[in-house]
Design a protein around this ligand. Structure first.
Ligand code: 0X9
Ligand code: CA
Ligand code: ZN
Length: 380
């Protein structure tokens, strides 16, 4: 790959520039600083080769997607230089222009299509609860940095009682740009509620357990990625010096900040772990939730993009003491999903997959509460 090709990346489409200009004119609170920063980052792809991945594994990077034997990264100018120094061939990507809709800018800046914005999700959850009060209870777990609510929908019989029933929690959208990860837990909630009176096996499941759905852990980030910058990943903590955001999936306490490979101490990094474990109100809301519900026996956290089921540890490639159980459960899930529509989800230990992470949700769930926990990467 010719290094000179980097220059083509800087040829920004006219409509994009026009969009920035219009944004600057019409959106008052938006400073040039907050807008220009994400613009320095690029989406690039590299061939998925062990040789390259081994070199990249030494650094905390922002993996956008694993697809068709390519790895997609969101990189800063410094990280781009690192790739050059490591002799890793990369190609600039223009993912927007590859989408089938020619008008992706309109979608980015006005509507996020059929995906739910924060307000749309809120309405949906209110409606779902209201129409199904016998089995639903909507709770507010706390507020994000910018004051948005983090909602949890409980689905069970006698939802206002804490019964002696095992609980399970489904989380979505730790990462702002991963819109599909809001939809899957929301659809799961709808499916359970809509089939409760139609399907006795669903009724039994709901009656005998407490199912918690938290579809949007990072509401500020989601809104930012809809209205301002599609590839935003972190929350919207103001870090000063024109920098924003902590990676919420590096902010949990188990092995937090163990090394500078699985997360970054640098506030400008897209995998910045924050100043301390649970420094962010969004992760603290999840922690408080777990403390209040000791009956939770399993956790699933939806992410994207890949088609893979991952389980702890993420901080090391050493297997956890529960490896046999986790691998059995992951393989069962994979088989069940394939039986539905032929989708093939691969599975494995996260730390043994593409890269290491420390402070992620599932390591914390297993390390602190001893419960099986999975990251499900949904396809693009
Ligand atoms: O990096 C993450 O936080 C998750 N992937 S994402 O592309 N959605 O950002 C993966 C967490 C699983 N852990 C490891 N792969 N180590
Ligand atoms: Ca119950
Ligand atoms: Zn993610």
């Amino acid at each position: 790959m010719d290094k000179n090709k980097i220059s083509s990346v800087f040829k920004i489409p006219t409509c994009f520039l026009l969009g920035i200009l219009l944004s600057l004119i019409f959106i008052k609170p938006l400073t040039a600083e907050t807008f220009s920063l994400p613009g320095d980052y690029l989406v690039i792809s590299i061939p998925k080769k062990t040789e390259y991945l081994t070199r990249l594994r030494q650094y905390p990077l922002d993996y956008l997607m694993e697809w068709n034997d390519q790895i997609y990264l969101v990189v800063s100018p410094a990280e781009l230089q690192l790739l050059q120094e490591l002799n890793i061939p990369y190609a600039p990507e223009n993912l927007e222009s590859r989408e089938s809709t020619p008008d992706s800018f309109t979608i980015q800046t006005s509507l996020n299509g059929a995906y739910h914005s924060y307000a749309e999700l809120e309405t949906e959850l209110f409606t779902l609860e209201k129409a199904n009060l016998e089995i639903c209870r909507l709770e507010n777990l706390g507020q994000s940095v910018e004051g948005r609510n983090i909602y949890a929908l409980k689905i069970s019989d006698n939802p206002y009682l804490e019964e002696n029933e095992p609980g399970i929690v489904f989380l979505g959208c730790h990462h702002a740009r991963e819109w599909i990860s809001v939809e899957v837990p929301l659809l799961l909630a709808k499916y359970l509620v809509e089939n409760y009176n139609l399907d006795s096996s669903i009724q039994n499941l709901v009656n005998q357990s407490e199912i918690w759905i938290i579809p949007l852990v990072n509401p500020d980030g989601l809104e930012f990625s809809i209205y301002f910058y599609r590839y935003w990943r972190k929350n919207r903590r103001n870090l000063g010096h024109g920098l924003f955001g902590v990676d919420l999936n590096r902010n949990y306490s188990y092995q937090w900040g163990l090394d500078n490979i699985g997360s970054s101490p640098d506030p400008s990094s897209n995998v910045y772990r924050g100043t301390s474990p649970f420094s962010e109100p969004e992760t603290r809301a999840i922690q408080t939730f777990m403390e209040l519900h000791p009956n939770i026996k399993a956790l699933i956290s939806y992410h994207s993009y890949g088609q893979v089921i991952l389980y702890p540890w993420g901080y090391t490639d050493e297997p956890s003491p529960q490896d046999d159980l986790l691998s059995f459960l992951a393989s069962s899930m994979s088989q069940k999903m394939e039986a539905v529509d032929g989708s093939k989800y691969t599975f494995g230990q996260s730390g043994a997959s593409l890269y290491l992470t420390n402070g992620d949700t599932t390591d914390w769930a297993l390390g602190v509460y001893g419960i099986p926990a999975f990251t499900i990467e949904l396809p693009p």
